[in-house]
Design a protein around this ligand. Structure first.
Ligand code: GLP
Length: 242
């Protein structure tokens, strides 16, 4: 486990964006696992700036997003993670949209508990994710794998916990408008179908979740982030001392 404790959010953002840009330059056909949330807004902005300045070609880059809401009402379509990725990143690049993937690409038939092995298979066929960036929820969720997520879970439709609905209500008019369901890569998807993970943890309110990971000796389903306790190539980037 490699820990990068940066002394400010700005330097942490630069560290992560430089790492991703260098990886794209070294491998223009890289497979990236992408995350959303406020954590990554500045990372994508900095990457977009460098991509424009240095005219970096993303036409062969392949991406798989971690998660996506289900059943967003019309009024809140701009809270979808597809919209987020377009606004914060894709539209500033020459990425080929057919190379970008979301776990709701099979949305016709979404219901709680339904699994989407097609998504995991697509990641396998692409040769696994070279670098996955991950945020973390205050309750230790990664993607939308909430407490209770099984070690063997694959991409599937899950229910959001009240604490996640509350945390994400800041992006909606009220907590009632936050979708109750999402589709997320599973715990097993993240652990087995990625080669390198960059976990980005901003804000003291996430310290408890991070500490659970740092102290873990095995997977604790109450804190889904603990799946990373023995992950071979994990870099943790924080903007606070740990
Ligand atoms: C959200 C997303 C996660 C994200 C996390 C942290 O609910 N499903 O993928 O990493 O929670 O979000 P934020 O960066 O806004 O704190």
């Amino acid at each position: 486990m490699n820990k990068k404790i940066l002394d400010s959010k700005g330097s942490a953002v630069n560290y992560v964006s430089d790492l991703l840009i260098d990886a794209i330059k070294n491998n223009p056909s890289i497979v990236l696992g992408l995350a959303t949330g406020s954590t990554f807004e500045d990372v994508y902005a900095e990457m977009a700036r460098q991509i424009k300045n240095d005219k970096i070609d993303l036409s062969n880059v392949i991406t798989f997003n971690l998660d996506e809401y289900v059943d967003l009402d019309k009024k809140h379509q701009n809270q979808s993670y597809v919209y987020y990725m377009n606004e914060h990143f894709f539209k500033w690049t020459n990425i080929n949209r057919t190379n970008t993937h979301f776990p709701t690409d099979y949305e016709d038939d979404v219901a709680l508990g339904k699994e989407f092995p097609e998504y995991d298979e697509k990641i396998s066929i692409a040769g696994k994710i070279d670098i996955q960036i991950l945020g973390i929820g205050r309750n230790g969720h990664i993607g939308f794998n909430e407490p209770g997520s099984s070690l063997n879970s694959i991409t599937r439709c899950v229910k959001l916990t009240p604490s996640t609905i509350q945390a994400n209500s800041r992006f909606f008019d009220s907590a009632n408008d936050v979708p109750k369901l999402s589709v997320t890569m599973g715990i097993s998807t993240i652990a087995k179908l990625t080669n390198k993970i960059i976990l980005v943890v901003f804000g003291e309110e996430k310290r408890e979740a991070l500490q659970k990971l740092l102290d873990a000796k095995s997977y604790d389903a109450n804190w889904p982030c603990t799946i990373l306790y023995d992950y071979p190539d994990l870099t943790i980037v924080t903007d606070f001392k740990i």
